[in-house]
Design a protein around this ligand. Structure first.
Ligand SMILES: C[S@@+](CC[C@H](N)C(=O)[O-])C[C@H]1O[C@@H](n2cnc3c(N)ncnc32)[C@H](O)[C@@H]1O
Length: 206
């Protein structure tokens, strides 16, 4: 069997299909904004039977993450450099993700920059449609005001219900996902805010 490259080309997004991307029909998890992808690497290593896509916009971190996956020879990870909001809204097939991970999304604290935030209603609606029923969506941030916005968007969504963040099935051991930012912020003594939700509805009705 040929080894597929970690890096996904944007041209592969035309007629996008998870099975074609990974070469098998296993369940797919998506991490948005991987940074250096420490979480995605550990998650993929712990679940070799699953498929994992990481999306990272910053070229420096994207290349770091691709290189890291290659060095560890994980075959179940693909990395894509694009705007995750675009992927979620225009590319991600409906009812196809078992889990969505978003850890420390850029908070864009200035009010005039809020429109750049990932968590906005159209993106949340599209992300919910990407999840399978009972699909899991976990979010963590150190930014209290952004967290309040995220919490309201997720808990106010009629298709989502809250579940405990610390769920071993999603490798959030002892309430920690241990991303690079999490490690840095905990060392600084910052408070971290966490939420996890699942999709309620059967496919076709969200
Ligand atoms: C604060 S860092 C967190 C990185 C990692 N999740 C962690 O916890 O260590 C946020 C990351 O999200 C990426 N990012 C921000 N907006 C994005 C978007 N629209 N699409 C893809 N990546 C994005 C940034 O480039 C950055 O690497």
């Amino acid at each position: 069997m040929s080894v597929r490259p970690v890096a996904v080309e944007l041209s592969e997004l035309e007629d996008f299909d998870w099975q074609r991307l990974f070469g098998n029909p296993a369940p797919v998890e998506l991490e948005i904004g991987t940074g250096k992808a420490g979480f995605l690497l550990r998650r993929a290593q712990a679940h070799p039977q699953g498929n994992f896509l990481g999306i990272e916009w910053a070229n420096k971190f994207y290349r770091y993450a691709v290189d890291r996956m290659q060095r560890w020879q994980v075959t179940n990870v693909r990395m894509l450099r694009t705007d995750a909001a675009h992927f979620i809204r225009a590319v991600c097939p409906p009812c196809s993700l078992t889990a969505l991970h978003v850890y420390h999304p850029d908070p864009w604290p200035k009010r005039r920059h809020h429109k750049r935030r990932l968590f906005q209603r159209p993106v949340v609606d599209a992300a919910v449609a990407c999840l399978v029923p009972d699909g899991h969506w976990a979010v963590q941030t150190d930014h209290a005001e952004y967290f309040a916005v995220i919490r309201e968007l997720l808990l106010g969504h009629p298709e989502l219900y809250e579940v405990p963040f610390d769920d071993p099935e999603f490798s959030v051991e002892a309430a920690r996902v241990a991303t690079n930012y999490e490690i840095k912020y905990l060392r600084q003594g910052r408070t971290l805010y966490q939420i996890a939700v699942k999709r309620k509805s059967p496919c076709g009705s969200a």
